[in-house]
Design a protein around this ligand. Structure first.
Ligand code: FAD
Length: 441
């Protein structure tokens, strides 16, 4: 797909109101909403769509944003129906399905799993359709943020080395894990509880789950990390392993050998990959979760992974990126007319995303704890705790009172069990022995 504009300096064009750096889900969402409001938007992407990207499993709440963007049916056409998530434990061999239909909010009971090359191209094209001027194979190389009342200067380089420059009033940084502004401003803080790395690729011939479970994402909890198994169209399965530091110690061999040996060492994953064939390159991502200490300021806002990233166990990345894209568009649009009000909305955008990351991070960073694993793999619905967890898994991350109470009960039960065990009063847990969960109703 070619960009709408030739890769030449837009000197004849009026200066844009907003430059969006990065044409992934966050950037394309923000550009589409801003262009639809009549703002002059330039969207700059360093690669050419369609391009490979990881992050293929979406959540039910994503559908709301697809609908508001007007692309719901287009996404449906490229997706594999995903009605829930199934967790499997290597320690016990047990599996536990979490159907989205059991969430507290039942208006969206499914989502899709997609090739990101297709989703991201579709969202990028939609931003163009809505009126954004888009450039591909054009890398932003410098941003000089303007002082109060001044325009910023954004410089970029096209694929033939041509230099482009824009002077927008507002900059949205949606550069993903490149964290363009956060890195240059030196405000990126890594999460010491999630110092992990991921290795992943696409396979054919992986045993699919049957019936209702066929479209579920599989999350397989191993000893020193976890796997995802994401069913894609055309018989493909995306498999990835996210490992703690200990998982990578003494590693030898090529990335492919390392990946295959990790798969072989998992009881529950290797059961499904007996006849599987790797059909893609093997990719890896290191230095995992982080957040920017400062996510916005005079005339700029970081959205999506450019602001923060949390371990993808619950498939929250695209939803959070698109939510930030939508909220960020509102903040930028407002800022252009009323900077003080726009600033408050920019703060809210970062705050909401930070809180959502904290909510799911609390669960993810405890997942290797036997108490947490037991509660997770044998969930009780006392005080709607299971439905509350499913609610989170469905992407209801914004913390209404109704959604928060069951999670508070879950946390209380967790801390209670931890305290009892410290005093030697807890029973053995299923994640240590095959007994039933003390929390099972
Ligand atoms: C191992 C792993 C597994 C994951 N699994 C899932 C999952 O199953 N489900 C899920 O929802 N999320 C998942 N995620 C998270 C998900 O990939 C991201 O959260 C999501 O892609 C963020 O979208 P974004 O638009 O913020 O960034 P990106 O999608 O990374 O887009 C940023 C874009 O900016 C461009 N760019 C960067 N720098 C520049 C520059 N200087 N100039 C111009 N363009 C630039 C990049 O080329 C890119 O296209 C996973 C992440 C990882 C690492």
């Amino acid at each position: 797909m070619g960009p709408t504009s030739a890769n030449t300096v837009q000197s004849a064009q009026p200066e844009p109101d907003i430059v969006v750096v990065g044409g992934g889900p966050a950037g394309s969402t923000a550009a589409a909403f801003l262009a639809a409001k009549g703002r002059r938007v330039v969207l700059v992407e360093k690669e050419a769509h369609p391009r490979f990207h990881i992050g293929e499993s979406l959540l039910p709440r994503n559908l709301d944003i697809f609908e508001r963007l007007g692309v719901l049916e287009e996404v449906r056409a490229i997706g594999v129906h995903k009605p829930g998530a199934e967790f499997a434990s290597d320690r016990t061999g047990r599996t536990c399905p979490f159907p989205f239909a059991a969430a507290l909010d039942r208006d969206r009971t499914y989502s899709w799993q997609v090739r990101r090359s297709e989703l991201d191209e579709l969202l990028f094209k939609n931003a163009i359709r809505k009126g954004a001027t888009a450039f591909q194979e054009t890398r932003v190389t410098d941003i000089q943020l303007g002082k109060k009342g001044e325009r910023s200067r954004v410089t970029a380089k096209g694929k033939d080395g041509e230099v482009m420059e824009w002077h927008p009033r507002y900059v949205l940084d949606a550069s993903g894990r490149d964290t363009f502004l956060a890195s240059r401003m030196d405000v990126k803080v890594s999460n010491k509880y999630n110092n992990t790395a991921a290795i992943y690729g696409h396979f054919e011939g992986v045993l699919r789950r049957e019936g209702e479970l066929e479209g579920y994402i599989g999350i397989h909890l191993a000893e020193d990390g976890w796997f995802w198994l994401i069913p894609l169209r055309d018989g493909l399965m995306s498999i990835g392993f996210v490992g703690n530091q200990s998982a990578w110690k003494n590693r030898t061999g090529t990335p492919t050998e390392l990946f295959m040996s990790r798969i072989a060492s998992s009881l529950t994953v290797s059961e499904r990959t007996q006849n599987a064939k790797l059909v893609s390159e093997v990719f890896s991502t290191a230095n995992y979760s982080y957040r920017a200490r400062q996510g916005n300021g005079e005339g700029f806002l970081m959205i999506g992974d450019a602001y923060g990233f949390v371990d993808p166990m619950f498939s929250t990345g695209v939803l959070m990126a698109m939510t930030a894209g939508e909220l960020g568009a509102e903040a930028a649009h407002t800022w252009l007319d009323n900077p003080a009000k726009g600033q408050r909305l920019a703060d809210r955008t970062n705050r909401e995303l930070g809180l959502a990351m904290d909510r799911i991070g609390w669960l993810i960073y405890r997942i290797n704890d036997p108490v947490m694993r037991t509660m997770f793999m044998s969930p009780t619905n006392k005080f709607w705790m299971r439905d509350g967890i499913v609610n989170l898994l469905a992407g209801n991350l914004r913390g209404s009172l109704r959604a928060t109470l069951p999670i508070l009960c879950f946390k209380t039960a967790y801390y209670l069990m931890i305290a009892l065990r410290k005093r030697g009063m807890g029973r053995n847990l299923p994640e240590e022995t095959p007994e039933a969960s003390p929390l099972r109703s």
